[in-house]
Design a protein around this ligand. Structure first.
Ligand SMILES: Cc1cc2nc3c(=O)[nH]c(=O)nc-3n(C[C@H](O)[C@H](O)[C@H](O)COP(=O)(O)OP(=O)(O)OC[C@H]3O[C@@H](n4cnc5c(N)ncnc54)[C@H](O)[C@@H]3O)c2cc1C
Length: 305
């Protein structure tokens, strides 16, 4: 569900469609970022085609949660499936340019090799090898010359974005290339999530959320955390008002609207024991979708022996 995008595919401006977020790159960083923005409710499109680091790995032995290691096709499928489950759309296409639309300084037009033109409120770059598609919006300052095996190359300066992925271009975030933060799969995935949280925090600020309540936490909480005083919306209202402070500059109606939306979201994080059990089973099934039947059968045969 989109918070800001126009549902019409054609808005009459010559752009094919509108999205809240376009993520460029569907590797570890991009899928992870998309999970966060889509789960928050932003309409997220991931473009994914081009040079990829993950596809060059032989086998991944250092991603937490896979004590026996994991092959690259399975890991990539899991990342993509997770982004899809969160609500991201993924299109296999290469982004060729990102620029500001002529009529609006706050958004972007993303153009692809196959001729797509998408208008986006936010762009999150998550493609490790090449940032040249960003040149129309970031200019030459974001590129640096470096020496590679005696040859001179130009590359995207990973310090153009700050450590939280924010850039001097409003609405543009960079998770990858992120220097050392792109160096390993788990770090790239973590950084994608971190940068997506920066985007979401800024989005909430733009909607009017005061500083203290702008950070977004994608948490699920057991029912027990909503017992006692925290089961009462008035306790949450008290907390929100304390965090927001007095100098937010919002009128009473807007403040109350944002406060109630915040509390609705907080209560939506509640999971009963039955829901946890149901989600646990569904989670196993989804995981097993990624394991070939022959492995499941041979595993069961071994256990029966
Ligand atoms: C040979 C090799 C072995 C490695 N082995 C390991 C290892 O064992 N363990 C480990 O932790 N790390 C390893 N790494 C590092 C790991 O691959 C990276 O840390 C990680 O893949 C970075 O993730 P990323 O999402 O930033 O980029 P990538 O994995 O490169 O993903 C970027 C995605 O964006 C797409 N893309 C690129 N340009 C565009 C564009 N213009 N438009 C649309 N889509 C685009 C690509 O197709 C790709 O799917 C290895 C790297 C290499 C090269």
């Amino acid at each position: 569900m989109s918070e800001t995008a126009d549902d019409d595919d054609d808005d009459g401006s010559g752009h094919d469609e509108r999205r809240d977020v376009v993520v460029v790159g569907g590797g570890p960083a991009g899928c992870s970022a998309g999970v966060f923005t889509a789960r928050y409710g932003l309409d997220t499109l991931v473009f994914d085609r081009g040079n990829a680091a993950l596809q060059r790995c032989a086998f991944v032995e250092n991603y937490p949660g896979f004590p026996g290691g994991v092959d690259v096709p399975t890991l990539l499928d899991l990342f993509r499936d997770h982004a899809a489950a969160a609500g991201c759309d993924r299109i296999e296409d290469t982004v060729e340019s990102v620029e500001r639309p002529a009529d609006d300084e706050s958004g972007f037009v993303v153009e692809t090799q196959d001729g797509r033109r998408v208008r986006a409120s936010y762009v999150l770059a998550a493609a490790w090898y090449d940032g040249s598609y960003l040149r129309p919006v970031v200019g030459d300052d974001a590129f640096e010359v470096h020496d590679h095996h005696g040859e001179t190359h130009e590359r995207f300066d990973h310090e153009y974005a700050d450590v939280d992925g924010r850039t001097p271009a409003d609405g543009l975030y960079v998770a990858s290339p992120g220097g050392e933060r792109s160096a390993q799969v788990v770090i790239a995935a973590g950084n994608g999530a971190h940068v997506a949280r920066s985007l979401l925090e800024d989005h909430k600020r733009e909607r009017g959320f005061p500083e203290g309540v702008a950070p977004h936490y994608d948490w699920k909480r057991p029912e027990s955390e909503f017992s006692g005083e925290w089961g009462d919306r008035d306790r949450w209202r008290e907390w929100f008002e304390a965090e927001a402070g007095d100098d937010h500059g919002l009128d009473d109606d807007r403040f109350a609207e944002l406060r109630e939306a915040y509390i609705d979201r907080a209560f939506d994080t509640k999971l009963t024991d039955e829901e946890i059990a149901r989600q646990t089973e569904a989670g196993y099934h989804r995981l097993l979708d990624h394991v070939d039947d022959e492995y499941i059968e041979s595993y069961l045969d071994d256990r029966r022996e």
